[in-house]
Every structure is written in C-alpha cells, then in structure tokens.
Design a protein around this ligand. Structure first.
Ligand code: HEC
Length: 271
C-alpha cells in the first residue's frame, strides 16, 4: 500500500497492485500514446527511461501558492467555458470522474499540452508558466495533495495521473488497448488470455515505438467480448492480436470492447 506523503489528510493512498516492471511498461506506452497524438502540437518529444517509482499526482507535485496563481488565471480566462468549479459549464469538465477518464493512466504533460491550445482561438496566450500554474489549480480542485516544490512543464512529463482507485483502474468507457488471442465463441469474437486493459488516446493500430512496446506486453487472464468489429477479423482467428476501443465494464459477463481496431501481432498466440 502506497501512502500519500503530503497534503490534505486523505487517510489511505491509492492501491498499487501490479509489478513495477508492468507499471513502467504501461506508463511508457501511455506516454508514447500521448506523444503520438500531441506530436503535431509539440514536435518531437523524447521518451526517457524512468528509474524507480514514478511520481504521480498523489505525490504533492505542485505548491499551494502556485495553485492560487493558477486560480486567478483560470477564473479570468477559462471559467466562462469550463465553469467556476471546473465542472464544465459550456465545455468539458476539468475535475472529477471525467478528469480521470480523460487523463488517467497518462502523464500530466498531456493535460498541459491540451490546455496550451486554450482558450480556443488564442492558444498559448498565457505563456507556458501561466498554463502550468493553471494545471496546479486543476490538481488542487481535483483534491490531489500539494507539496513544497512548484510544478514545472518539464516535471509534468514525469507525473502520472490516476484516481483514487489506483493506477491500474481504467475507467468505464475509456479508450483502451489490450493484447490477447483472437477467438470465436459462437458468433461472437472474443479476446482470450487478454492483458490488463491500458489507456490509449490513439484508436488506430499501433506503429513504431508503440508497436514495439505492444509486442512486449505480457498476456493475462482476461477475456473481452469484441463488439462491432469491422471488418470481420476472420483472417486473424487464433492470432495474437491487439484490440483497441472503448471499454465497457460488465458485472455479469466478461468486459466488452466497442472496437476501433483489431490488428494481428503474430500468427501464433501462446499465453
Ligand atoms: C470559449 C470556451 C473555452 C474557453 C474560454 C476555454 N476552453 Fe478549454 N475547452 C473548450 C472546449 C469546447 C473544449 C473541448 C471539449 C471536448 O473535447 O469535448 C475544451 C477542452 C479543454 C481541455 C481538454 C479537456 C479534456 O479532458 O479533454 C482542457 C485541458 C482545457 N480545455 C483547458 C482550458 C484552459 C486551461 C482554459 C483557460 C486557459 C480553457 N480551457 C479555456 C472550451 C473552452
């Protein structure tokens, strides 16, 4: 059990259940996924190998004073669309469940990159430091503890976002990626021996660095029903595949994926 080191007196930290190696692989995958989608905005973005435990939003990565500065900027520039309380009056909420759904499993610089495109029509208007302060305020409203040091744009690239359910909890309806064996159960396509789902922002088949990391992902014990698979993945039956799409958690049967992509990784699939 990981405990929260600084801040708001929350009794117990989020749970941590997977091995560090798997966590690191996932964090790298998530980081690569963000880089791919953010590449057009930020240019190339090196992926650094991480040593030891990665910092997360639970580690007090911004200061209270910084959040105060961010609050002023937020109220002047963002609140008319995202709401006084960040609940998303005329745009997307920046707090609560929806924040974790959008950004959980990813690095904080993804939020920063997106924020820097705001407000619409005046992207970058506040200067990088101003946006970083707003992110500090967003973290505060989301009840992540503050610490002594200020958040910087550089540091944001290391900080993993996840909610109180822990780093491995993928929210319902999030876009995910799994690897496993493609099989048919009567008329339904399923993935057996599937990995844990991880977050992705890219709906298409993995390429490049992401593909290399995907190929290295260990299979697991999960089964996923594939919904709305098109085109028919018949040629890949029995293959090791990656499947991407929206995760639909179900109580009474296997979780499902509303599919955006099924791609073959290998003709054989050995769990
Ligand atoms: C004129 C209205 C408007 C203003 C002002 C505005 N935004 Fe936005 N913002 C939007 C819209 C619209 C979206 C896209 C919503 C969607 O993707 O569904 C968005 C999306 C975002 C996102 C991505 C949310 C997510 O979870 O995908 C972030 C972060 C964000 N805005 C931050 C800011 C910040 C910070 C400011 C102030 C500097 C700001 N916005 C000002 C309208 C606005």
């Amino acid at each position: 059990m990981k405990t929260i080191s600084a801040g708001n007196g929350t009794p117990a930290g989020p749970r941590a259940s997977t091995t560090t190696a798997t966590r690191r692989l996932r964090a790298r995958l998530a980081a690569v996924a963000v880089c791919v989608s953010a590449a057009a905005l930020t240019g190339a973005h090196p992926i650094t190998a991480q040593e030891g435990e990665e910092p997360s939003v639970w580690d007090g990565v911004y200061s209270a004073e910084q959040a105060m500065r961010g609050k002023k900027l937020y109220e002047a520039t963002c609140s008319r669309c995202h709401g006084e309380d960040l609940s998303g009056a005329n745009a997307r909420p920046l707090a609560g469940e929806s924040f974790i759904r959008d950004w959980g499993g990813l690095k904080l610089d993804g939020v920063l990159t997106r924020a820097m495109t705001m407000p619409p029509g005046a992207s970058g208007a506040l200067g990088e430091a101003g946006y970083v302060d707003i992110i500090a305020y967003v973290l505060e409203v989301n009840e992540f503890p503050h610490g002594e040091a200020e958040l910087t744009a550089e540091r944001a690239g290391d900080v993993l976002v996840y909610g109180a359910d822990g780093p491995d909890a993928v929210p319902n309806f999030a876009m995910v990626q799994v690897v496993g064996c493609l099989a048919r159960d009567d008329r339904t396509w399923i993935v057996t021996d599937g990995s844990e789902p991880i977050r992705t922002r890219d709906p298409d088949a993995s390429t490049g660095d992401v593909l290399a990391l995907t190929e290295a992902m260990p299979l697991g014990g999960n089964t996923f029903e594939l919904m709305y698979v098109f085109p028919d993945p018949d040629p890949y039956e029995g293959h090791r595949v990656e499947a991407k799409g929206f995760l639909i958690r179900r109580e009474d049967s296997a979780d499902a994926i509303n599919v955006t992509t099924v791609a073959s990784l290998d003709e054989a699939c050995r769990p």
